[in-house]
Design a protein around this ligand. Structure first.
Ligand SMILES: [Zn+2]
Ligand SMILES: [Zn+2]
Length: 339
């Protein structure tokens, strides 16, 4: 099959022939129809430790089942339209059985150097980790379920209550998804701050009530002006050093800071500032299976829409160039590979 292969740090992906997936008896093989490019893939391809050369990335995907293992969980058959959690757990520990697979001690991640990912014609997934794509949703919408589920999980973990004033830092796909669910669950103000030009315009379609251009405006002041009060919850959706401390500095007493962005470098905070204000600092990772299921239900019911997250589509021809282009400042949001 064809796949976009990681060759080494700082090198472009190369589309070439690779062996077909080798499924375990509990796996399904899926023909990839849509796979989103994720910021963490861009990061992993440039910044140490990177991935083993030869890895195939891609963890935001939907497709059609072409092969069902003899022991695969669920009643899957060839031709089923699915999206899948981008990992395979052991399938029988308490975490796996409750749909909390990221806490399985035997988890193998898809597209991050363990199980080959979906920048490919085919990908193997777990029967247990697969979810049916409703008829109303196309495969591109199916590929947005993963980033949407990240935002949903973050908002659920935050304990957001109706009427809350919320600050979302970062208007990338994860920031937008977080804004969407914060508004969905009744936040009164959802203020999105972003430094990069051209990204804020999209936020209103994702539930943002106000936008702050953080390259020009002082965020705490602009927030107070927009919301009439300081933020009850701050979602850090960027993942670069310094931002957690910025949140600590701008948070009012007893606010909650939810760290959604994945910072892969050492970072410094001054705990005493958080102590004095009795702040809650909450780290979150990915999603549970029911976050995927709820996202699919709400897309199917048209309670949420994700299409405006997708700004570009590309086939294998031009995929490597599209991937490289996303590393430079861009107004693009989600770029989808249609293999
Ligand atoms: Zn991702
Ligand atoms: Zn397990």
């Amino acid at each position: 099959m064809r796949a976009a292969v990681f060759k080494g740090l700082g090198q472009p992906l190369v589309v070439e022939e690779v062996p077909d997936p080798e499924p375990a008896p509990t796996d399904l093989v899926v023909r990839v129809k849509s796979c989103g490019i994720c910021g963490s893939d861009l990061h992993a391809s440039d910044v140490p430790p990177g991935l083993p050369p030869g890895s195939v990335m891609g963890h935001e995907f939907a497709g059609e089942v072409v092969e069902v293992g003899a022991q695969a969980a669920g009643d899957w058959k060839a031709g089923d339209r699915i999206c899948a959690l981008p990992y395979i757990g052991c399938g029988h520990c308490a975490a796996c059985l409750s749909g909390d697979g990221t806490q399985c001690s035997k988890i193998q991640a898809t597209g991050l150097g363990q199980i080959p990912g979906a920048y490919a014609e085919y990908v193997r997934v777990g029967g247990h980790e697969s979810l049916r794509l409703p008829e109303s949703l196309d495969y591109d919408a199916g590929a947005t379920v993963e980033p949407l589920a990240v935002g949903l999980h973050a908002v659920r973990q935050s304990g957001l209550e109706p009427g809350a004033n919320v600050l979302v830092i970062g208007a990338g796909p994860i920031g937008l998804a977080t804004a969407l669910w914060a508004r969905f669950f009744g936040a009164r103000s959802v203020v999105v701050s972003e430094k990069a030009a051209g990204r804020l315009e999209r936020a209103a379609a994702f539930g943002a009530t106000h936008g702050i251009d953080a390259s020009k405006e002082h965020v705490p002041g602009a927030f107070a002006k927009a919301a009439g009060a300081p933020p009850d919850i701050l979602f850090e959706c960027v993942g670069v050093p310094g931002l957690v401390q910025e949140c600590i500095m701008m948070a009012p007493a007893r606010a909650r800071i939810v760290v959604v962005g994945v910072c892969m470098q050492p970072d410094t905070i001054f705990p005493v500032m958080a102590i004095v204000k009795e702040l809650s600092l909450h780290f979150v990772i990915a999603y549970r299976r029911d976050d995927f299921a709820f996202t699919l239900d709400m897309l199917d019911a048209e309670r949420i829409v994700s299409q405006s997250m997708i700004t570009d589509r590309v086939g294998f021809d031009g995929f490597s160039a599209a991937f490289e282009a996303l590393k430079k400042p861009t107004t693009q949001c989600k770029v989808i590979l249609n293999p």
